[in-house]
Design a protein around this ligand. Structure first.
Ligand code: ATP
Ligand code: RIB
Length: 306
């Protein structure tokens, strides 16, 4: 049985320019190459979860434009259920402008467009889907009241909730208790905890401070180093798979999407982090956000062969 995953989040179209290095403020660099692909943290996580083996429904908003229609076609091709994606007349779809350098590092600016019109009432229309899921997966690229309403509704129905707190924002402190897992990267960890993450001790200290808020498991992603997992009374570093990065855009999204599937299949959190790490490592070897998410057989092959 494929686990039922509901993703509540953003859908963007990514306009990507690959350059030898990232521009400084005020600087123009020529000689880049252009590509366009579907993105948005919500969309990326939905596609990553579907390719990893989840039965995925994506609740989102797009604009009434070519970008939005193209994004929805892409989700359908990945067998993501799109019946709860609303279309906002008069709004543009979310657009992300992305620079990627020769080492695969990026910087991103987002015009949220229709994502900003995603309201709690959109969730009411999808409440049966939301409350019958195995896992709810969310991020912070849509209005905070919608994120908070989704967490409340799902957890009241006994659905396990995974929050990828990206980009970092301040969640109602009471809601941390309703989270099964939180997956911040280093920068998000610093913003959420106020603790400067610099070495193993500070990573563990920051994770402990998030556990103290009531989250059941904290997974701090550390890029090419891997991830740090902390649960009550135990913690471990889980190293990343060694790959040559081409484009790290959406590594965190692929990680969270794959993690949701593995947890939905009742793996331990530690095993789910290994599965997610394999998926994310494969994604950084490929360009683009959604195009880079690997299929289940690819993830299992990397897990078997290292
Ligand atoms: P992004 O914002 O680029 O989507 P992120 O900052 O949210 O990513 P990271 O911590 O950079 O998240 O990466 C998430 C996971 O992806 C890591 O924990 C690791 O497992 C994997 N990963 C990222 N970069 C690499 C890399 N260069 N090599 C192997 N695995 C990687
Ligand atoms: O996490 C990567 C995503 O962030 C990109 O696909 C872009 O759309 C932005 O939302």
């Amino acid at each position: 049985m494929r686990p039922k995953i509901v993703v509540v989040g953003s859908s963007n179209t990514d306009l990507v320019v690959k350059l030898p290095r990232l521009p400084q403020p005020g600087e123009t660099i020529i000689g880049g190459t252009f590509s366009m692909a579907s993105g948005g943290k919500g969309g990326n996580q939905a596609v990553a979860a579907a390719r990893a083996g989840g039965d995925v429904t994506f609740i989102a908003r797009v604009g009434d434009d070519h970008f939005g229609r193209q994004a929805i076609e892409g989700y359908k091709n990945d067998r993501v259920d799109v019946k709860s994606i609303g279309v906002s007349p008069g709004a543009s779809s979310g657009i992300a402008l992305i620079f990627v350098d020769e080492f695969g590092e990026n910087c991103i600016g987002v015009a949220s467009g229709a994502n900003n019109e995603f309201s709690p009432s959109d969730l009411e229309r999808a409440s049966d889907t939301l409350t019958s899921a195995d896992i709810l997966l969310l991020q912070f690229e849509i209005p905070l009241p919608t994120v908070e309403a989704a967490i409340q509704t799902a957890s009241e129905a006994g659905v396990r909730v995974i929050l990828n707190p990206a980009p970092a924002r301040n969640l109602d402190p009471e809601l941390y208790k309703l989270l099964s897992v939180i997956t911040p990267n280093e920068i998000e960890t610093e913003i959420l905890t106020g603790i400067h993450v610099s070495d193993d001790a500070s990573i563990a200290y920051a994770a402990a401070s998030l556990l103290d808020r009531g989250v059941s498991a904290v997974i701090i992603t550390l890029g090419a180093r891997g991830a740090f997992l902390a649960e009550a009374g135990k913690s471990e570093f889980i190293p990343a798979f060694k790959v040559i990065p081409v484009d790290t855009t959406a590594a965190g999204d692929v990680f969270s999407g794959a993690l949701a599937v593995s947890l939905g299949e009742n793996s331990s959190v530690s095993d789910a982090v290994r599965f997610a790490s394999a998926a994310a490592a494969l994604s950084v070897t490929r360009p683009g956000a959604q195009p880079s998410a690997p299929r289940r057989d690819e993830i299992e092959h990397l897990l078997r062969n290292g």
